[in-house]
Design a binder for this molecule. Structure first.
Ligand SMILES: NC(=O)C1=CN([C@@H]2O[C@H](COP(=O)(O)OP(=O)(O)OC[C@H]3O[C@@H](n4cnc5c(N)ncnc54)[C@H](OP(=O)(O)O)[C@@H]3O)[C@@H](O)[C@H]2O)C=CC1
Ligand SMILES: O=C(O)C1=N[C@H](C(=O)O)C[C@H](O)C1
Length: 243
């Protein structure tokens, strides 16, 4: 960690996650939010007194060390471009990214430290490892991944569901079938179900509040700041879990 506070730019500052980040960043004396960006540039109350820029004017953002990006896939390319032009690191949790957008993360990581994760909770990081182990032990069993989220969520399956599917693949399990439920204000739930002859194994994570994701992302930012360029993993950086 550098000695002076890490200057954060929040991309997606007016959103559900952006507002949680703004509220919780204030708890960290070693982090300082310098501005927020949203599509409209509308100012959420948490940001009063700080510059809030519409996406069309994001090039005018003040100097920053790291961008925290929780926006939408359609906004992602310009976020990466700003990090590239400012040589600033990136912590991103935006889901629904294309293969090309994922590649852009790898390219950016040659220049600055980058951490993208579909899920910033400790529980899902551990779940992913448990899923890999279960898949390795039960390669013939059917695998279903069921994710439930609030009605406003744009992408499906969720980024976490796809990441859990990748963990099944790494373990050598059967290709999973995905189901998505959208209902009410569910923060995020993921069930990975392994079905064999006469028995079933269910591994579930339930997020009770967006604060867990925001806290995970802020901690990731603290730990990423000042590191050399590269692609960093949440589970490794925060929990010491190897892939
Ligand atoms: N990795 C993780 O742990 C988690 C990831 N997520 C992901 O984070 C992302 C955001 O989720 P959530 O906060 O619920 O979404 P919201 O819809 O609540 O917020 C989206 C934010 O992005 C901004 N935005 C939308 N379009 C653009 C654009 N074209 N240019 C610039 N900014 C834009 C919005 O601005 P405006 O208000 O002006 O439209 C808003 O600030 C999603 O991809 C979600 O899946 C969510 C939770 C946890
Ligand atoms: O959009 C959300 O809300 C969430 N998105 C992430 C995902 O797509 O997996 C993480 C979390 O489940 C909440």
């Amino acid at each position: 960690m550098p000695n002076s506070p890490v200057r954060l730019l929040i991309h997606g500052a007016s959103g559900r996650m952006g507002r949680a980040l703004l509220r919780l960043a204030a708890e960290h004396g070693d982090l300082r939010v310098v501005a927020g960006i949203s599509r409209s540039g509308r100012t959420p109350p948490e940001l009063s007194g700080l510059p809030m820029l519409p996406a069309a004017h994001m090039g005018e953002a003040p100097a920053f060390d790291l961008m925290l990006d929780f926006s939408l896939a359609e906004a992602f390319d310009s976020a990466v471009a700003l990090c590239r032009s400012r040589s600033a690191g990136l912590v991103s949790g935006t889901t629904g990214l294309s293969a090309t957008q994922k590649q852009a993360l790898d390219t950016l990581a040659q220049q600055v430290p980058v951490l993208w994760s579909a899920n910033f909770s400790a529980g899902v990081a551990v779940l992913s490892e448990l899923v890999r182990q279960a898949a390795a032990a039960l390669p013939e069993w059917d695998v279903d991944i069921v994710e439930s989220h609030h009605v406003h969520k744009k992408d499906a399956p969720s980024g976490t569901a796809l990441a859990l599917g990748a963990a099944v693949e790494r373990g050598g399990g059967r290709p999973p079938a995905y189901s998505s439920l959208r209902a009410g204000d569910i923060v995020g739930e993921h069930l990975v179900q392994f079905t064999g002859p006469g028995e079933r194994l269910e591994l579930t994570h339930r997020a009770g509040s967006r604060d867990i994701f925001a806290r995970g992302a802020l901690e990731a930012a603290r730990r990423l700041a000042g590191r050399p360029p590269g692609s960093y993993r949440f589970a490794e950086l925060l929990l010491g879990l190897a892939r």
